[in-house]
Design a protein around this ligand. Structure first.
Ligand code: HEC
Length: 294
């Protein structure tokens, strides 16, 4: 990039090059306006579209929300194959360029040398990739916590419902009911008046009213020491969604971490790999005072 004498001209290629003959000069149709160098049709069309878009959105805020959501859902569910395919094709084309003769084409003339070294390029690409994530989540993360905190502290059956545990996943009680078959061999759900909500085994305690009750609190069930210790420990006084989710994911691991004692074992040998929030929502829905808000 060193040969150009005139700042505005295209730099002359370094070494031999196949130049295309044209009398087009860059910027020949531009207009100068307010100190800007503007390509008239491009600027006018894109500028007007942006302004029209913003005005229409502002004017019909409530109507346009569902339109955008619908469009996004339609595009992402109808053209998901296209996004995936396109991404893969881009990668394959790049890989193909590495091995094909086209990869040898040197932009800027046959003797041109890069302005930046590999380290510089990696740094720029990395910064661009990271930067966009930091810019986006730097704003979206605090805003989402801020908006979930609006409700203040709310407790239902001893369960905090004002935050969104599990990364905001909202439980689906119907899906949880469908998952009951995983628990049935050892647990039942039987209301205090004897109504059987879910038939099941007796290896584990009745799970009726679990949300908000203390761990190891079903009378007549012989719990392990670990679960009694959990109930006596700080932060383990009551089953909350967090505790529940951590517990069912790995009962022994959870007790060990929570009690700081690696000799505890949980007699519950089952681990629920995913869907704890749905299971919890189901247990809440069959609890004595089913949470009104959710
Ligand atoms: C293989 C049998 C078995 C299966 C399957 C099983 N559990 Fe358990 N579960 C137990 C046993 C045994 C205990 C008592 C643990 C103790 O005493 O430490 C228990 C305890 C619990 C507790 C603590 C209850 C309390 O009163 O403090 C919860 C919550 C629980 N299980 C949820 C589940 C859920 C939800 C499922 C299904 C996704 C499930 N379990 C599947 C055997 C099982």
């Amino acid at each position: 990039m060193s040969d150009s004498t005139d700042g505005d001209a295209i730099p002359a290629p370094e070494g031999p090059a196949n130049l295309i003959e044209t009398d087009y000069e860059i910027g020949q149709n531009n207009v100068q306006l307010l100190g800007l160098d503007i390509h008239n049709p491009v600027f006018a069309v894109s500028g007007l579209s942006v302004v029209a878009f913003v005005i229409i959105t502002m004017a019909f805020q409530n109507t346009i929300g569902p339109v955008f959501t619908g469009m996004r859902d339609f595009l992402t569910s109808t053209f998901d194959w296209f996004f995936l395919l396109a991404g893969n094709i881009f990668v394959l084309v790049c890989l193909g360029l590495i091995v094909s003769p086209l990869g040898k084409v040197r932009i800027g003339g046959r003797d041109a040398t890069p302005d930046y070294g590999y380290a510089g390029w990696f740094a720029m690409l990395f910064a661009a990739g990271m930067g966009i994530g930091l810019m986006f989540y730097g704003v979206s993360e605090p805003i989402s916590h801020y908006s979930t905190s609006f409700g203040g502290v709310t407790l239902e059956n001893g369960v905090r419902t004002d935050w969104a545990p599990l990364g905001g996943a909202e439980g689906d009680a119907a899906a949880g009911e469908g998952m009951w078959r995983n628990c049935r061999s050892c647990h039942a759900i039987v209301a205090d008046d004897g109504t059987v909500i879910q038939r099941g085994g007796r290896t584990g305690p009745n799970l009726y009213g679990l949300p908000g009750r203390a761990p190891a609190s079903v009378e007549g069930f012989r719990y392990s020491d670990g679960l009694h210790q959990l109930a006596a420990s700080e932060g383990g006084e009551v089953w909350t969604e967090e505790l529940f989710a951590e517990y069912v994911a790995d009962p022994t691991g959870f007790l060990r971490a929570h009690l700081g004692d690696n000799s505890v074992r949980s007699p519950m040998s089952y681990r629920l790999a995913s869907g704890a929030e749905d299971m919890w929502a189901y247990l809440v829905s069959v609890s004595p005072e089913a949470a009104p808000a959710e």
